[in-house]
Write a protein that binds this ligand. Structure first.
Ligand code: ADP
Length: 710
């Protein structure tokens, strides 16, 4: 009886113990899993958030997955429930030792449950194991056996130090008292397997396995984060060693982190000092919103801009900011991250260069000569703006053009370029004619020398060009007046010698004409006399030219003198169909002049115009205008003849220069005009009218001005 009641008590105690232990086991597992998941989520959250791939939700996913797994495991409890019912049945209805069949059934259920549990922990990708406090491995999942490369049976029962070089037993022992107290630990562990030098990193959660309230073992769940850890390491190394500044800032512009380069560029002693600086203090321009924060109207995204920050010493540092905004999963802007490239020096250099360039530009502009640079391919690569004054052209008209292909190109300039660029001469000069935009020709003098680049290689030719048209004109005038003086002396002698024989010829021919009886002889002597008179006229002109009669200058009006000359010549003009358009412009100042000499000048101009017109047409017009400017009075004679070809313009004032048929011109008319005008301190100039015809202009000082000058 006692025996059987003791048996019965044992039978009822066994299921109770079983139930308690089983439910304790389940609770432990569930708690363990949820703790693991929550621990992992908490641990991984911040790190995942800081990664640029928005992995935050992954932690939540893991937590949810764990809860689902826990629910699944909880469901499996039902199987154990069946086992319980079976046991109770056995106890209640049989009241004796279970049958063989029942025991098999029971064993099978237990085995099934164990398999399910094993399958469950094997399904974890993370390494999971349980070990006793002395480091003996009690159970491991498939991930551990894969990691160690050994089957389950060769691992369980061994010490973890049999497989791992690191962490060493001593390290773990050092942390054991604290663990026993807290019964939980979470963090990163560096693991090195035996015979494998490569380090692995595991993000671990350790929980105490309790028995009767005492910690008897440790459950470990570890996630291999080696790859992530290496990425982090690489990132940290990059951040720390980058030569450019790198930063993280919040939307208010406060620096959250800065690399050593940025700390040093901004002149701070260390990172902490820089991070403590108020955002507005980082601004060089304090009236602006914080530079590293969100600007008004900034929609986030990528920023590429130039900003100026204030260094610790108050000076300005110019940066190229390449950064982007980072949002959280709810779409809220949480920070900016990017690099700051210090371009202060570059900007300074650019400013200096700009100033130098400006100086160079002004220097060249204020230089009196035109500067040209021609490269080795004979193209103009630089033309100073002086080209506007000297040739009325824009630098762009020449830039890029070939010197050999330029409009109105000058052979002398091309030859000079070739000479210098070929190295035949390192320096040279030449005079050449260049056409001004207004159509006139200018005489230029170019000096050229070789131009070298920074590597001292020949890069082209630099020329300095000066407009010497005026100088040339003056030079020619001097030459001409010297020539005139020399010729005057010679002509004076010749004229004197010719005068006497001519006077005799004229006298004798007059006597002869009277004594001629036949008509034919009378006519022939007439011709003789006519030619002798013409010769005498030439001689008189020559005498005048060599030694102008002492002038009797009086105050006279140009208009009046012209009028008188026209009257004298009116018949011939009419006969030759030359209309005179004379506008005597009343109220002009008088001039100090010898009226006879001036009449000689005007007569020459009228005769020349008449002859020029008759050369090309039957009738024409001579237009005479008067005017005054700046204390001078001028008279212009414009005909509608053929004008004067450019190539002879320089010669027409030379004595004996004529284009007329022999017998028609002496070539003395204009040289006499020139001499007379010189005698009167005046000038005579020629130009061609745009619509053809020549314009001769005589200019003299107004009488009052002349009087003052004398
Ligand atoms: P001449 O009249 O005897 O030839 P000038 O000294 O008066 O000598 O003139 C020199 C040259 O100037 C002339 O031969 C002529 O070719 C040119 N010339 C002068 N006046 C005119 C004019 N009005 N139109 C065209 N050519 C002119």
């Amino acid at each position: 009886m006692n025996q059987s009641s003791a048996d019965g008590a044992r039978r009822t105690r066994a299921p109770q113990n079983l139930e308690r232990e089983e439910s304790q086991l389940w609770r432990l597992i569930l708690l363990f899993m949820v703790l693991l998941a929550a621990g992992f989520a908490a641990l991984a959250w911040e790190r995942l958030e800081s990664l640029p791939f928005h992995l935050g939700p992954a932690a939540i996913g893991v937590l949810i997955l764990s809860i689902l797994l826990a629910a699944y495991a909880y469901g499996r409890r039902r199987e154990v429930g069946e086992l319980k019912v079976l046991l109770q049945d056995l106890q209640q209805h049989v009241g004796a030792a279970p049958s063989e069949e029942q025991l098999d059934q029971l064993n099978e259920l237990i085995a099934r449950s164990q398999r399910s549990f094993k399958e469950l922990i094997d399904s974890f990708d993370d390494a999971a194991c349980a070990m006793s406090l002395d480091g003996t491995l009690r159970t491991v999942n498939k991930s551990v056996s894969l990691l160690l490369g050994l089957p389950y049976t060769q691992i369980v029962g061994k010490k973890f130090t049999d497989f791992l070089e690191e962490p060493s037993r001593s390290v773990l022992e050092a942390g054991l008292p604290r663990f026993l107290e807290r019964r939980h630990w979470a963090g990163n562990i560096r693991v090195r397997l035996k015979d494998n030098p490569g380090a692995l990193y595991f993000d671990c959660v350790l929980n105490g396995i309790l028995k009767g309230g005492e910690v008897v073992g440790v459950s470990v769940l570890g996630r291999d984060v080696t790859e992530q850890h290496e990425k982090e390491l690489r990132f940290t190394e990059l951040f720390e060693t980058l030569q450019e500044g790198a930063y993280f800032s919040n939307p208010e512009g406060k620096l959250l982190d800065a690399n050593p380069a940025l700390v040093s560029i901004l002149g701070y002693a260390n990172r902490e000092e820089l991070l403590a600086v108020d955002p507005s203090q980082l601004n060089f321009d304090s009236s602006q919103p914080p530079m590293l924060g969100r600007a008004p109207g900034d929609q986030g995204g990528v920023r590429a801009r130039e900003i100026t920050l204030r260094k610790k010493d108050g000076s300005a540092a110019v940066f190229l900011d390449s950064s982007r905004a980072v949002w959280d999963s709810a779409g809220k802007l949480i920070r900016y991250q990017g690099t700051l490239i210090d371009i202060t020096e570059r900007r300074k250099l650019e400013r200096q260069l700009q100033q130098q360039e400006e100086f160079r530009r002004r220097l060249l502009e204020s230089f009196p000569d035109l500067i040209l640079v021609i490269d080795l391919a004979d193209r103009y690569t630089f033309v100073s703006s002086r080209v506007r004054d000297s040739l009325g052209r824009e630098p762009e008209d020449l830039l890029g053009k070939k010197i050999s292909a330029a409009e109105d190109q000058s052979p002398e300039l091309l030859a000079l370029y070739k000479e210098v660029v070929s190295g035949a001469k390192s320096f040279g000069a030449a005079e050449y004619a260049a056409r001004h935009r207004d159509g006139s020709w200018r005489t230029m003098r170019a000096t050229a020398s070789q131009l070298f680049d920074a590597e001292s290689r020949l890069a082209g030719v630099i020329m300095s060009v000066r407009d010497i048209t005026m100088e040339k004109k003056l030079e020619q005038q001097i030459v001409q007046s010297e020539r005139l003086a020399a010729m005057g002396a010679m002509i004076g002698g010749v004229a004197h010698e010719l005068n006497n024989p001519l006077t005799s010829i004229l006298g004798v021919s007059e006597l002869l004409q009277d004594s001629q009886t036949t008509e034919a002889a009378h006519k022939q002597v007439g011709i003789l006399q006519q030619q002798a008179r013409r010769a005498a006229e030439i001689v008189q002109n020559l005498t005048y030219f060599s030694r102008p009669p002492a002038s009797g200058k009086i105050r006279a009006s140009l208009a009046e003198i012209i009028e008188r000359t026209l009257n004298l010549h009116a018949y011939a003009l009419r006969k030759n169909n030359i209309a005179v358009d004379f506008l005597p412009q009343p109220g002009l100042p008088q001039v100090e002049a010898d009226p006879h000499q001036l009449m000689q000048v005007f007569l020459n101009l009228i005769l020349n115009a008449e002859q020029a017109i008759r050369e090309v047409r039957e009738r024409g017009t001579l237009r005479i205008r008067l005017g005054s400017s700046d204390n001078s009075v001028w008279a212009s004679f414009r005909d509608d003849g053929p004008g004067i070809p450019a190539e002879i313009v320089g010669n027409i004032f030379d004595p004996f220069y004529t284009t007329k048929r022999p017998g028609r011109g002496t070539g003395l008319g204009l040289s006499i005009c020139k001499a007379v005008m010189k005698e009167h301190n005046g000038t005579i100039d020629v130009a061609n009218a745009p619509d053809g015809g020549a314009i001769f202009t005589v200019t003299m000082k107004a009488a009052s001005a002349a009087g003052q000058g004398a």
